[in-house]
Ligand binder design. Structure first.
Ligand code: CP
Length: 310
């Protein structure tokens, strides 16, 4: 099966078949990352530019590693070291980069829709590495790969996504993809942090964490995004931790074999206690490990690869 998308802008545009192809392709790349020689010639001759206008540890590094392990030439540009600080517009930056003929631009930007804007104006593929509070597709896909590795099948599983849903591109990308795959999604948070009407996307909304955790297969905790909140949406971090923080006691409400996820970076002691973050049910570093394989799969598929050739 071949992949029909030139760009990866969000999971909203991906079908069940697309998602399964990406997960299967990532599985086939996984073992490269633990070999002694962690490199294959698959994308030799391709040029990938990582254009990051926002801070990142996991996403930027793993896209860079993914490109290098596939033998692509990978260049990183961050806003602080680019001519953006001199006032250059996004479109001018993109057109100048495109004049150097890259094959793929991986972009993170604080404005929702920025990668879509870019994709409409330039010829090469664009991969969204997180746009504002809109989508973070590669994160959702690595989350799904991690869940599939623990639960075998995804359809019918129940997932609680807990925290600042309004500002979370991770929550939105997971919600779209999980609904496409027939998973049950519970969104949990204070009323000020859950968008009105989001139930229309096919999820259940809870304001009580204990109720939401009852019998779930997966608990996904989100970071409080203070940098995206225009005004304070919670009385105090201490109160938030007591009402919405995951700890060993409330985790017992989930299924005994439930897994605990977090996209990082974590606020230990706020949305998640260290006992849980480092406890036996956490799969947080597996998520990071799977991030490299998922990003290898995305780069490979938008560059024109198909499943049987891996
Ligand atoms: N999960 C995630 O996007 O982490 P970074 O901000 O470190 O890339």
């Amino acid at each position: 099966m071949s992949f029909q998308h030139k760009h990866i802008l969000g999971t909203e545009q991906l079908s069940r078949e697309d998602i399964e192809l990406i997960l299967d392709t990532a599985e086939s790349f996984k073992d490269i990352n633990t070999r002694e020689i962690k490199k294959v010639p698959t994308l030799r001759g391709k040029t990938i530019i990582n254009l990051f206008f926002e801070a990142s540890t996991r996403t930027r590094t793993s896209f860079e590693i993914a490109g290098k392990r596939l033998s692509a030439d990978t260049i990183n540009i961050s806003a602080s070291s680019s001519s953006v600080v001199k006032g250059e517009t996004l479109e001018d930056t993109a057109r100048n980069i495109e004049a150097m003929h890259p094959d793929i631009i991986v972009m993170r930007h604080g404005a929702s829709g920025a990668p879509h804007y870019l994709a409409e104006r330039i010829d090469c593929s664009v991969v969204n590495a997180g746009d504002g509070a809109h989508e973070h597709p590669s994160q959702a896909l690595l989350d799904l790969l991690t869940i599939r590795q623990h639960k075998t099948t995804l359809e019918g599983l129940t997932v609680a996504i807990v925290g600042d849903i309004t500002h979370s591109r991770v929550a939105r990308s997971n919600l779209y993809a999980m609904r496409t795959l027939g998973m049950n999604v519970r969104l949990v948070g204070p009323g000020t942090m859950v968008p009105k009407g989001i139930e229309k996307l096919g999820c259940e909304v809870y304001t009580d964490l204990n109720e939401a955790l009852e019998g779930v297969d997966v608990v996904m905790m989100l970071r409080i995004q203070l940098e995206r909140q225009g005004k304070t949406l919670l009385p105090s971090l201490r109160e938030y931790a007591s009402l919405y923080g995951l700890n060993p006691s409330n985790l017992k409400l989930a299924k005994e074999d439930a897994i605990v996820m977090h996209p990082g970076p974590m606020n230990r002691g706020v949305e998640i206690s260290s006992y849980v973050a480092d406890g036996p049910q956490n799969v947080i570093l597996e998520q990071v490990e799977n991030g490299v394989a998922i990003r290898m799969a995305l780069l490979y598929l938008v560059a024109g690869g198909s499943e049987g050739e891996v």
